[in-house]
Design a protein around this ligand. Structure first.
Ligand code: ADP
Ligand code: MG
Length: 367
């Protein structure tokens, strides 16, 4: 590989990383490989229990590794203590000490290191000023807004001068309005500081808003890695398409395909094209109208689909609950889905499961 095409140096590299909490149980994290580019915002995304926090804690050094390696700029940190890694962690709802001022919260880890009071206060003050909180440094957390607390938590994490900031669901305890404000601020700080952020979330909306790179996990495995645009527009598997939302999964003669629900069209029931379906509900969302439908000739677990119409399109051609229609899409909007991640050493799902039967056969199965 020549220099022009060589990948940029990875700030964080994870190699065959595995965590097994109990012998016999399936691993919580199963031989995952991942490169996170220096200075990028990476989101680990997936449903509860898929292994996101375990992965993050292993990178932080708060959880032992069963096997595999973690490298930070080519330095193997797998067995280093947390404080020697060059990483810092920001926890859910910020976990500030309620009895300490903002200044003492930020200075806390320097106190643990035995740094003299004047010096640790000088450095804490400098960081609070950096996050525009210098004027509130004597306040206790309860006297600060959620946004101000987030900045204190950020300053507290930064005082150890980390190369990589690790964030575990940092916004999940906030109300929805504040959450959206705070994520914009996190994104801004990440760009301004130029650090690598690894942010764990179960919210695809949050990951899409924040990430340069999204890592979609399921059952301790990585299903897909890519930019939000790439993952949303080219989901690799049925799991990713369903987890990201906004997609319909259709079984065709060539296998499963995902079609975005704003690219799925409602066409008249008396035509030849498309799959027969019945409208089950209509949800007005302001700019859009979300039409819920049930496919007629499909197994129940795959029969629920939706179409997102602009308000104008709905008004031009309204439909009603109970109406029989057909659903169609352009080939260019259909994304072929792969079988998804499999555990190493296990064969991929066998042919009948991974290559879905044509519609007629599915209808026979459902009958
Ligand atoms: P996530 O953060 O994606 O919700 P976790 O990494 O917390 O998932 O958990 C992954 C799996 O490991 C889950 O099945 C969870 O029950 C299990 N697990 C997490 N922490 C422990 C622990 N300390 N001891 C035993 N099992 C654990
Ligand atoms: Mg978690």
């Amino acid at each position: 590989m020549d220099a022009a095409t060589a990948p940029p140096p990875a700030a964080v590299e994870i190699v065959a990383l595995t965590k097994r909490y109990a012998a016999g149980a399936p691993p919580a994290v199963d031989q995952i490989d991942l490169r996170i580019a220096s200075g990028s915002y990476c989101c680990l995304l997936g449903p509860s229990g898929c292994g996101k926090s375990t992965t993050l804690r292993m990178v932080a050094g708060h959880e032992s590794v069963s096997s595999g390696d973690i490298l930070l700029d080519n330095r193997n940190i797998t067995n280093l203590p947390a404080a020697a890694r060059g990483t810092a962690m920001m926890f859910q709802s910020f976990a500030l000490f309620p009895h300490l001022s903002a200044l003492d919260n930020v200075a806390f880890s320097l106190k643990m290191k035995g740094i003299a009071r004047a010096e640790r206060h000088r450095r804490a003050k400098h960081l609070l000023e950096r996050v525009a909180m210098g004027h509130l440094s004597e306040r206790k957390p309860a006297e600060l807004s959620g946004g101000q607390q987030q900045r204190v938590a950020l300053a507290r994490a930064l005082i150890t001068e980390p190369r990589v900031l690790l964030l575990d669901e940092p916004l999940s305890a906030l109300d929805p309005f504040l959450r959206i404000q705070m994520r914009a601020e996190l994104r801004r700080w990440q760009k301004e500081l130029g650090l690598t952020f690894i942010h764990v979330t179960h919210s695809q909306e949050e990951a899409m808003a924040l990430a340069d790179t999204m890592v979609v996990m399921n059952h301790g495995l990585i299903e897909q890695v890519g930019s939000p645009h790439r993952v949303y527009n080219h989901p690799a598997s049925e799991f990713v398409a369903r987890f990201m939302g906004g997609h319909n999964v259709f079984a065709t003669g060539d296998g499963l395909v995902a079609v975005r629900n704003d690219h799925t069209r409602i066409v008249p029931a008396d035509g030849e094209a498309g799959l027969p379906a019945q409208v089950t509900d209509i949800e007005y969302q302001g700019t859009y109208v979300l039409i819920g439908l049930r496919l007629a000739e499909v197994r129940p677990e795959r029969s629920g689909v939706s179409v997102l119409l602009s308000e104008r399109a709905f008004v031009t051609r309204p439909c009603a609950v109970g109406e029989h229609v057909r659903l169609a899409w352009s080939d260019a909007d259909a994304r072929a889905l792969g079988p998804g991640a499999t555990r190493r050493g296990e064969p991929p799902p066998d042919a009948p499961a991974s290559r879905p039967a044509p519609l007629a056969a599915l209808a026979a199965m459902a009958a």
